[in-house]
Design a protein around this ligand. Sequence first.
Ligand SMILES: Nc1ncnc2c1ncn2[C@@H]1O[C@H](COP(=O)(O)OP(=O)(O)O[C@H]2O[C@H](CO)[C@@H](O)[C@H](O)[C@H]2O)[C@@H](O)[C@H]1O
Length: 487
Amino acid sequence: MDSQKLKVLFISSEVEGFSKTGGLADVAKALPLELRNLGHEVIIITPFYRTIAHQEDAKQVHELTLHTDNSRPDIHFAVQQLSLDGIKVLAIDNAHYFDRAGLYGEENNAYPDNGERFAFFSLAALLTSLAEDFAPDIIHCNDWHTGLVPYLLKTRFYETPHFAHSKTVLTSHNSAYQGIFDKSQLNLIPEISGCMDQRVLENYSYINFLKVGVIYASKVNTVSPNYASELLTPLGSHGMSDHFIERIHDFEGILNGCDYNDWSPENDKLIPFNFDSHDLSGKEKCKVALQKEAEFEVSDVPMFGMVCRLTDQKGFGLILPVLERFLKHNVQFVLIGSGDPSITGQLNALSEHYKDRFKFINTYSNRLSHLVEAGSDFFLMPSIFEPCGLNQLYSLAYGTLPIVRAVGGLKDTVIDYDQDPDNANGFMFYDPNPNQFLNILRRALLLYIEHPEEMLRLKQQAMRSHFHWSDSAKHYQRLYLRALGRG
Ligand SMILES: Nc1ncnc2c1ncn2[C@@H]1O[C@H](COP(=O)(O)OP(=O)(O)O[C@H]2O[C@H](CO)[C@@H](O)[C@H](O)[C@H]2O)[C@@H](O)[C@H]1O
């Protein structure tokens, strides 16, 4: 085999098309496909959740046993094979851990045994690689769920010939989620529950999965250059800066891409009218469809959209204090999201009160997220932090101007109209302050009302901003080669 053609074991707790709660799933689909296009052989490993899509097509390919110490019964699991456009997807099937209503929890409450569930998943992924006789050059781990894999490679599997040449890459899609658990959840892995190394088992009592991954992976990255630099600071690192600084020579930011197969207004099947940058009449019709969906008056009013998980990260602490003042203007605003019940409650009350101009739909809907991207004039992402953000990339593709806070990947992808009018593709504000956010909303509103020709130019310019996954995949390829000492 060509020495540059690599075998990549890509381990992710969610994969678009099979299971999804957020942006990790988008990456776990798009990146393996582009790596395959570069000639690499990729196998994806993911849990076989109760709700996994296409399970009727699954074929059981292995029945495996995880031997624990003598005090616990062995754990049996099956491996189900699925396909992502020809890429082998091996799903770890164990009813105790994954036959549940949610991926990570229910009704916004995490499952109390998530540490044990994903410790099991990490071990099972490596056993599956052995059973499959797929000796990977690179084991690509994603987020805290797989943070123990690099440690397992250096302990339990240290002398296993199958992994003798394997290197690990850990991508942190969101370093705020670290996977911190009591050691009692780690009984499956005596190398950890009995570990005397304080860096692994802090105070000999609890573990931080992400931290262990950052310490032990061959290379570590996050999903934008700017978030990578934030992770090196105490303020922007969610308490992890010391660990990222320690790995500074093996750590970088690689910007996510936009999957234009799923997110192109020219051929999107989930929107009622297609359009492109030369002819935006289809976008106007999508706006009418969105107004009807939201039960708003159909008229030429600026439409603001937002689609996200309802968490503090997404900036609800900036939105909620000024939302009523914003809604005094002649605007329409559609927000699609699910998550934190306290945010849901406040949004429901406002949506009820301002029925003619604010519609909150408390749901997770792929169709609606496409309609909001297509039918809005502006898309809101006033995030407190944002490792990369995908929705601003989708907005740009649909000529919907993103209004973002200058953090993480938002800063790497959006150019502010006031700072650089010639090249702008959106609006950006800096301070995490509700009034600053309201000011920028008003700036956007003014542009819409007073300069429709400028609005059109900006929309067309936004549609010409491209973030191809093929570029990101080439960066990952270089990272893999460096991990293998070939770069
Ligand atoms: N109610 C809803 N209905 C339909 N679709 C919904 C939805 N809520 C969210 N989504 C979808 O979930 C995805 C969210 O992706 P983001 O990257 O914007 O955020 P997330 O915080 O989940 O991802 C984390 O990982 C990604 C991937 O690396 C980083 O870009 C990001 O900054 C980081 O926080 C999008 O595809 C969006 O359309």
